[in-house]
Write a protein that binds this ligand. Sequence first.
Ligand SMILES: [Zn+2]
Length: 479
Amino acid sequence: MNDKIITEIDELSESALRELSNGYGDSNLDEEFVAGVTATSIQTFTNSPLVNYTKISPNKTIGRNHIIDTITIHCVEGQCTVQTLGDIFYPASRKASSNYGIGYDGKIGLYCDEKDRSWCSSSASNDHRAITIEVASDTKEPYAVKDAAYNSLIKLVTDICKRNNIKKLLWVNDKSLIGNIEKQNMTIHRWFADTSCPGSYLLNKMGDIASKVNANLSAALQGTEYKLVTKVNKYVSAADAKAKKNSKGTYSAGTYYIYRNYPNGYDGMYNITTDKTGNSAGSWINPSENIIQTTPPAPSTAKTYTLVTTCRIYTTAANAKSKINSVGTWKAGTYYIYNKYLNGYNGMYALSLAKDGSSPDAWINPTENVKSSTPTITSNEYKVVTRIRIYTTAANAKAKKNSVGTWKPGTYYIYNKYPNGYDGMYALSLAKNGSSPDAWINPSENVVAAALSVDTINETKKISVIRKIVNEIIKLFKK
Ligand SMILES: [Zn+2]
């Protein structure tokens, strides 16, 4: 024992040590042991995997004469550790032990294997059938225990019940029901000896312990739920379920449980069962079938159809196809395709004014749904660089006769029937799309007058001088 442990033991009260020594008190050990052989032969004993510390005490009866069906919770009367409890129970002179102890910090100690009878509750018959648990507590009333210790106690008792097939903890605080485990399978030390154990704190908590443990047990006894939201096929193998073949009947919608052998399914498939424990196999299902099949809601809007131009409408697809007996026009805009013929009929479309396409309001011929040629299409431009004579025919233009006027310089458009001219002449159009032949011109007349030569300038000067002289002569004559 190290100093710390010694100190802790010192802190335990005299009454605590008396209490911890109270466990032993039976003289018929041999007889019990013989009976215990029979009892242990029908139960496999294990210890809790929750144990943090083990120090097996010599103070025990090897074997039990009864299966484990009772839980007895004690208070230590000291806020000690599991090591301290182990040291207390270790000396043979102490003549006391418990199967488990829980330290103030929630740690769990093992001092007497579950297969053996501990010397704990001052009752051989009780301890032969009970798992005894000492819980670190205050040293005086109400012998309160720390939350950490209490929480560990719940976990430990749950574990003990699971491993020993105790399906439910029953507590009615009735000493007369000792051994009547169908009505009560929790006992307390004070029923067997003059002791305050387990103290009023734990005594008042027995019902809470039972309900918390039972909640854990009922959860543990349930297989993992699997909800079917709709009827699905049953298959005899995961492979069949995956392939969705050879289905054998159906599961209706409801709550099922996943077969424990395949808690996470197998290859994406699940074996589900009505067995709440999930211990027995059911049939395989394919989760992809577990979806609610609803009729798809009618689309709020049908497919749209856009008229790009004012379009003739017809009462039948046949008329639309033949473009006869049009009954009017619809202007450009977005309409809806009659939902009975979403892809049209014989190349024609029935349009609906209703957004859901429910009514066939008019047939149209898609070939008429094209924009007419628009003025934005420009013909080839033709630049006239000088005032130019215009003619009514290409022949006149060629012969430069019968000009009917002139056009001033500017940009015109080549008549689109003769984009490359005709016989060297060009028909020009005032329309940007070149749609109208407005005048013929002779390209040879579409030239800027060449700059005058020096000689021409001199001649011009001579003429100018002569003109001035003539004008002066005329003036003289007028005088
Ligand atoms: Zn006790």
